[in-house]
Each structure stands twice: as structure tokens, then as C-alpha cells.
Design a protein around this ligand. Structure first.
Ligand code: SF4
Length: 218
């Protein structure tokens, strides 16, 4: 009875959006060594109010045993429409970095976001949304077990590393998450607005290539 009541309250409260303090479901906290298991656990997730405004959940995609994983912030409009990660303009730039810069196929790496549902208007994720969603990402990382994670932008970097340092000070220096090397760099959408920063990102990516012993031409 209590569970049913909470579910009803949650459904009603979700419609009210961020301005109502509502009893969320418990944040997802479960590690799996199987991406299908994580996807199944996520299901038609309604743990936070973003379930009311999303068109599609955007789980992530790529090689389930990738050495290299990219983590962004949240789906944008194109991703929300298609259910696929990083397919809009920023995604095209990320794909170019992977394929033209690193000489890899996009399908060789794994790509995911901190949030699986689009925040309305592409606003920054709210702390409570991250709190409820980041367990899915943690499980994806545990399943893929990459050697290196590249975090794209402030939100991905600060939330994964649980740190408040500005991205401009974090980028280009390897950190660690549960024994996995983490290279923070700028988000591709930031590069679209600030093309002069592409050089910084390329320098960061070259460090990742050296770490993974990926040959580079320059
Ligand atoms: S953002 Fe994450 S926690 Fe919120 S509804 Fe979507 S999948 Fe669930």
C-alpha cells in the first residue's frame, strides 16, 4: 500500500516539474558486468522528472569491451529524437575526433552520458537528476571496464570525479576513477562555439593515444 501511494505521489509530482519537492524513487545503485543487464534495469526509468519530458531514453552505444570510453553530459535534441548518443552537431565533431583524429572507428569506443534523458532546453542537469541517474553510468563503466575514460566538459568531469575544480584547470591532466585513467577535456559543443580550443582538445587526445599506444601521424 505504501509503495502504491508513493508511486501515485511520484506520478503526480513529476508533472509539477522541478519546483515541487517530491519523493523520488531511490537512486539506481547496482553494478553489473553486463550492459544488457544495466539496460534491463533502467527499463522505462521514472526515477526523476525528466522521464516526463523526454522522447527517448539515450542509454549509450559502442563496443561493450572498449578500451576507450567517452562520457558527455546529457542528450540534446537530436539524441532525444533518435535515442542515440552524440548524433547531433556536437556528436559529429566527436565522431570526427575519434575517426579522423585518432584513426579509430566510432564503433570501437563506447560513448555514454551522465544523464540518460534530455533536460528541457538543454539546461544543465540538476544535482538531484544526476544523483538518481549516475548509477546507470557507473554500472556501464563497470560492465565495459575501459582502460581510459575521456570526460567531455564540466558536468561529466565534475560529477564522475566528484570534484568542483573548473574544467579549464582539470583538462589535460590524467585523473583516476576506480583504478581507470580519466582524461578530462572540453565538450564538443563548447568547441563548436570556441573553435580556438580545438588545439587544447587535440593535445589532450594525443595524451590518450599515447597512453593506449595508438599510433599517431604527427
Ligand atoms: S534522467 Fe536518468 S534517472 Fe532520470 S528518468 Fe532519465 S534515466 Fe531515469
Amino acid at each position: 500500500m505504501k509503495d502504491l501511494l508513493l508511486q501515485v505521489i511520484r506520478e503526480e509530482a513529476s508533472w509539477a516539474g522541478r519546483y515541487l519537492i517530491l519523493p523520488h524513487g531511490e537512486p539506481f545503485r547496482e553494478e553489473s558486468n553486463d550492459l544488457d543487464g544495466v539496460l534491463g534495469a533502467m527499463g522505462d526509468c521514472k526515477l526523476c522528472p525528466l522521464c516526463r519530458t523526454r522522447k527517448n531514453l539515450v542509454f549509450g552505444e559502442g563496443n561493450a569491451r572498449a578500451s576507450l570510453m567517452f562520457i558527455g553530459e546529457a542528450p540534446g535534441a537530436s539524441e532525444d529524437e533518435t535515442g542515440r548518443v552524440f548524433v547531433g552537431p556536437a556528436g559529429k565533431l566527436l565522431t570526427s575526433i575519434i575517426e579522423n583524429g585518432m584513426g579509430l572507428k566510432r564503433s570501437e569506443v563506447y560513448i555514454a552520458n551522465i544523464l540518460k534523458c534530455r533536460p528541457p532546453g538543454n539546461r544543465d542537469p540538476l544535482p538531484e537528476e544526476v544523483e538518481h541517474c549516475i548509477g546507470f553510468l557507473e554500472s556501464q563503466i563497470a560492465a565495459v571496464q575501459p582502460r581510459v575514460i575521456v570526460t567531455l566538459g564540466r558536468t561529466a568531469t565534475q560529477n564522475l570525479l566528484d570534484i568542483k575544480t573548473p574544467i579549464s584547470k582539470l583538462r589535460g591532466i590524467f585523473r583516476e576513477y576506480k583504478g581507470i585513467a580519466v582524461m578530462p577535456t572540453y565538450h564538443p559543443s563548447y568547441l563548436l562555439q570556441n573553435p580556438s580550443k580545438k588545439r587544447d582538445v587535440w593535445n589532450d587526445i594525443k595524451k590518450v593515444m599515447d597512453f593506449l599506444q595508438i599510433p599517431r601521424s604527427e
